[in-house]
Write a protein that binds this ligand. Structure first.
Ligand SMILES: CSC[C@H]1O[C@H](OP(=O)(O)O)[C@H](O)[C@@H]1O
Ligand code: ADE
Length: 292
């Protein structure tokens, strides 16, 4: 097995990662277009960390205009084996209170205006998303949250909506009938693309509000969200730092198959493959495309 490299995608309110040693902002080019920002590469206790602010420094990109393919491709090019997404979200259940961390294990993808795959005409592939997060990485985050004394809940379904507007009351109530736990705008297609790139993925969903459904909490209010994010930023940073300190230095193979997702996924006959697309897939799918 290879050395572990921990990628962190920081969501709303998280545009840097204090505590990185020997850290530098570095530009990484991607054939998939422009990533959200440079990556900040450094180490924590000898573990290589690659940090990318999902919306860019200064919050430039909306959930719809983020180039998720470029972001994941850049992570792969930097050698990331394990990717932690840190994301603000609304709560769809009373017990997930603002300030808590929900360690999501399922997603429902309701986004409609994004590129969702690295593959397509000239190189078709189908990967499994039955278990979209890496159980070992989730365990590592849960252990870190426990060690840091943070309020967290292990497991839960994240509803990914297109946005950028928040949900109507009817939508919020519908998602509650689907037994969803939290709602956000960014973890899809991010999780799908990480799986295509054979990167183990997990989400720390930071609850910032009760979305639109809660009779005692009224409408979603961005000012209130920002306050929770601000008050919780230090906790999120402590959590990430602890994950980094305790993560095994050798990448742990993913029981959900993240490391080998492409093993039997390619459908297009070698002689029918589009060389241009194949060239763009060098980082994401080089492992399976380059073998004879
Ligand atoms: C700041 S509220 C809405 C915004 O926050 C979340 O972003 P992220 O997942 O990157 O933390 C949510 O998905 C929306 O994009
Ligand atoms: N209620 C909500 N809906 C969607 N994305 C969010 N991000 C934070 N709160 C949210």
């Amino acid at each position: 097995m290879s050395d572990a490299v921990l990628g962190i995608i920081g969501g709303s309110g998280i545009y840097d990662l204090p505590g990185l040693e020997d850290a530098q902002w570095i530009s990484v080019e991607s054939p998939w277009g422009t990533p959200s920002d440079q990556v900040r590469i450094g180490t924590i206790d000898g573990l290589k960390i690659v940090f990318l602010p999902r919306h860019g420094r200064g919050h430039v990109y909306s959930p719809t205009t983020i180039n998720y393919r470029a972001n994941i491709d850049v992570m792969k090019r930097c050698g990331v084996t394990d990717l932690l997404s840190v994301s603000a979200c609304g709560s769809l259940k009373e017990e997930h209170e603002p300030g808590m961390f929900v360690l999501v294990d399922q997603f429902i993808d309701r986004t409609i205006a994004r590129e969702k795959s690295f593959f397509g005409t000239g190189c078709v592939a189908h990967v499994s998303m039955a278990t979209p997060v890496s159980p070992k990485l989730v365990d590592a985050v849960a252990a870190a949250a426990e060690a840091e004394g943070l309020k967290y809940h292990k497991g839960g379904t994240y509803l990914a909506m297109e946005g950028p507007q928040f949900s109507s009351l009817a939508e919020s109530e519908l998602y509650r009938t689907w037994n969803c736990d939290v709602i956000g705008m960014t973890n899809m297609p991010e999780a799908k693309l990480a799986r295509e790139a054979e990167i183990s993925y997990a989400t720390v969903a930071m609850v910032t509000d009760y979305d639109s459904w809660h009779p005692d909490h009224g409408e979603v209010d961005i000012q209130a969200i920002l306050k929770v994010l601000h008050d919780n930023a230090a906790n999120a940073q402590r959590l990430v730092a602890r994950v980094a300190k305790d993560l095994p230095r050798e990448h742990q193979s993913c029981p959900a198959g993240s490391d080998t997702a492409l093993e039997f996924a390619l459908m297009t006959a070698p002689e029918k493959r589009d060389p241009e697309l194949v060239a763009k897939l060098d980082a994401v799918a080089g492992r399976v495309l380059n073998r004879s």
